[in-house]
Design a protein around this ligand. Sequence first.
Ligand code: PLP
Length: 368
Amino acid sequence: MASGMPTPKRGVMEIEAYVPGESSVPGGLEPIKLSSNENPLGPSGAAVAAFKAAADSLERYPDGSAAGLRQAIARVHGLNPDRIVCGAGSDELLNLLAHAYLEPGDEAIFTEHGFLVYRIATLSCGGVPVVAPETDLRTDVDQILARVTPKTRIVFVANPNNPTGTYIPFDEVRRLREALPDDVLLVLDAAYSEYVRRNDYEAGIELVATTGNTVMTRTFSKIHGLAALRLGWAYCPAPVADALNRIRGPFNVSAPAIAAGIAALEDRAHVETSVAHNERWLPWLTAELEELGLIVTPSVANFVLVHFPEGKGQDAESANVALQARGIIVRRMGGYGLPGALRITIGTEAENRATVAALQDFMAGTGR
Ligand SMILES: Cc1ncc(COP(=O)(O)O)c(C=O)c1O
């Protein structure tokens, strides 16, 4: 007879549970939430209307294949809908990929400050996380390649990366793919791709189309402002889509999320307004923070990583306290191994100005 308590499988207890961005501040202040890279303009009105309309038939299961949503994604992005798999956020898809392709003891490579879900997904399958150093907080293809072994099964690259905001050009992504063994799945996490305004950037569609071993993941949580609904998608080679469809929950995406997702995709004006907002305020916030003497990692996404000086009471932790005292919530970076930095999401104009004003006072020693 078995004795003792049930024991989670190998790897599970090594996981440090993901800590989401905070959403409340002490003292009952109305929070300015700049901690989770959400869209400060909110979702498209059409998406909200579609979500509300879906409330009329909550007794029905959703379409398990999310065909309407896949067709809408395919139309907007010029893709084959059969190779799209939808998920409850791209988090779910990243986890499904790990579960489909990692046996216990297999290795998954990601970068030093890569998105934390890669580690969690790897460990939860009994896989071995392998960390590749970055260069200047940027993905370094050679460092990744130097860590490939016969046990490597997946390479996760967020492009642009969270929390650094940096990206690598398509040439580099292609060089990575060409140098990786064919049986290694390259997962390009393009959660922030819509924000990137660089001619040498490509989210991954081309590589998925031209190789049999590359997947791109996308989300409705960022540019589409639908984080609450948990909606993401992956563009895959046909055999990868087949594998994911076998292991995903049969109704892993809810009907209200499908309806809102379709409406959000079709509202191109809202996407463009959201991109334009970011294009205006990302450089503004970067310049204002640099003006205060802070170091800002150049970002192509909807957030900035800001480095604070150690000592003199101007460190990141003290800055966080000063911001919180004004109701401003940003993301502390200790969990990412960057305790000297804070990550700040681009907010509305008023939120951006309030953040700069608070940090001006903090740096001048009058805001603590
Ligand atoms: C790089 C990256 N990938 C994936 C996600 C997950 O997004 P979601 O699960 O909301 O689609 C995030 C969210 O912060 C992210 O920053």
